[in-house]
Design a protein around this ligand. Structure first.
Ligand SMILES: O=C(O)CCC(=O)C(=O)O
Ligand SMILES: [Fe+2]
Length: 346
């Protein structure tokens, strides 16, 4: 198995090898790429924890609208120190800079092995390889970390704790925006318990000689309730909104948050997971770091009865979180095809 990074560093790559060719042109998926950046919903996190009920109710409404209309928003004024974010990105770069042999001890592993490093998404079934190397670590309920680089583990632990706290605060606001008790999702999904599941995913997209021919990550939705994402200074994320691809240019020091498939299942389709993709560039290495927040692996998630309107009925089958992750990993990434397996025709 070769990492894309090794391929690029082997020198004189002037074109994309054929096995990486996956067109991302607009004609491909019949969706227009918006050229001008569009304002995306922005959530001021400090207002979520505001003691002023008016401030809170305003931000809860904004959060609800962002989930309803976009499934995606930017979070500013959060409580994760900039130094921690910067260190997490630096440590991730150092991890990917380790020699191939050191990283290869984590390759070819199974989905629930604590640490997995690889390339593409599922090279066994992917029609074309993706221009992306990754590191995936199950960080909760059991904390794991690669032992190199030496500072990685400590920073990872701190970073994951902070993002878990952010996720539960956001889930309180999201519960409220659905007309439920603040604690509803956190309790029902045991998000604040010592069993909840958190997956750390670091993506590295090396510079690509023909970025228009290759893809970092094809259109997909994420599996969890929420994903919290940050990136180094390079853009590449695009979000599907009203049938158009919107390029995302986040404010410095902000986080990007998107709703995942389990939010869609839990809310019976009210807050849908958002389809997004990562394109590559020919200038520099882009890094993105996401944490996926979900319930304990053995939780069966099905639509919340409070959100199943009588005239609509239950729109999704329940499924064990663990089984959903297995289902997603067994296939090639393809839009919302995994969630489609659970849809009930009503
Ligand atoms: O690189 C990005 O911005 C997106 C990453 C992503 O969608 C994922 O890891 O699921
Ligand atoms: Fe994603």
């Amino acid at each position: 198995m070769f990492f894309v990074k090794e391929l690029v560093e082997s020198g004189c790559l002037t074109s994309v090898p054929s096995k990486y060719i996956l067109k991302n042109t607009d004609s491909d998926d019949h969706c227009i790429l918006v050229k001008e950046p569009e304002p995306i919903p922005t959530i001021d996190f400090s207002l979520l924890t505001s003691p002023d009920p008016h401030q809170r109710s305003k931000i809860v409404t904004e959060l609800g609208n962002a989930c309803l209309e976009w499934g995606f928003f930017m979070v500013i004024n959060h409580e994760v120190p900039k130094t921690l974010r910067d260190e997490m990105i630096r440590e991730t770069e150092s991890f990917f800079d380790l020699r191939g042999e050191e990283k290869r001890q984590y390759t070819g592993k199974k989905l629930f092995d604590p640490i997995r490093c690889g390339t593409s998404f599922n090279p066994m079934v992917d029609k074309a390889l993706l221009w992306r190397d990754y590191l995936k670590v199950h960080v909760h309920p059991h904390f794991n970390a690669p032992n190199k680089p030496s500072g990685f583990s400590k920073i990872l632990q701190e970073y994951c704790k902070k993002t878990r706290e952010m996720a539960s605060e956001l889930l309180k606001g999201i519960s409220e925006s659905l007309g439920l008790e603040q604690s509803y999702i956190n309790e029902k999904m045991a998000v604040e318990s010592s069993y909840s599941h958190q997956l750390f995913v670091a993506n590295m997209y090396p510079p690509c000689p023909q970025p228009e021919l290759s893809m970092g990550l094809p259109p997909h939705s994420d599996h969890g309730l929420l994903t919290i994402l940050m990136q180094n200074e390079l853009v590449g994320l695009q979000v599907m909104h009203n049938g158009k691809w919107i390029p995302i240019n986040p404010l410095p020091n902000s986080f990007l948050v998107n709703t995942g498939d389990h939010m869609e299942i839990l809310t019976n389709g009210k807050y849908k997971s958002v389809v997004h993709r990562a394109v590559v560039n020919n200038k520099a290495t882009r890094i993105s770091i996401g944490t996926a927040h979900g319930p304990p692996l053995d939780t069966v998630v099905s639509p919340a009865p409070e959100l199943v309107a009588d005239h609509v009925g239950q729109a999704y089958l329940g499924i064990k979180y663990r089984e959903y992750l297995e289902l997603q990993q067994s296939k090639t990434l393809n839009g919302k095809s995994c969630l489609d397996h659970l849809r009930l025709s009503i």
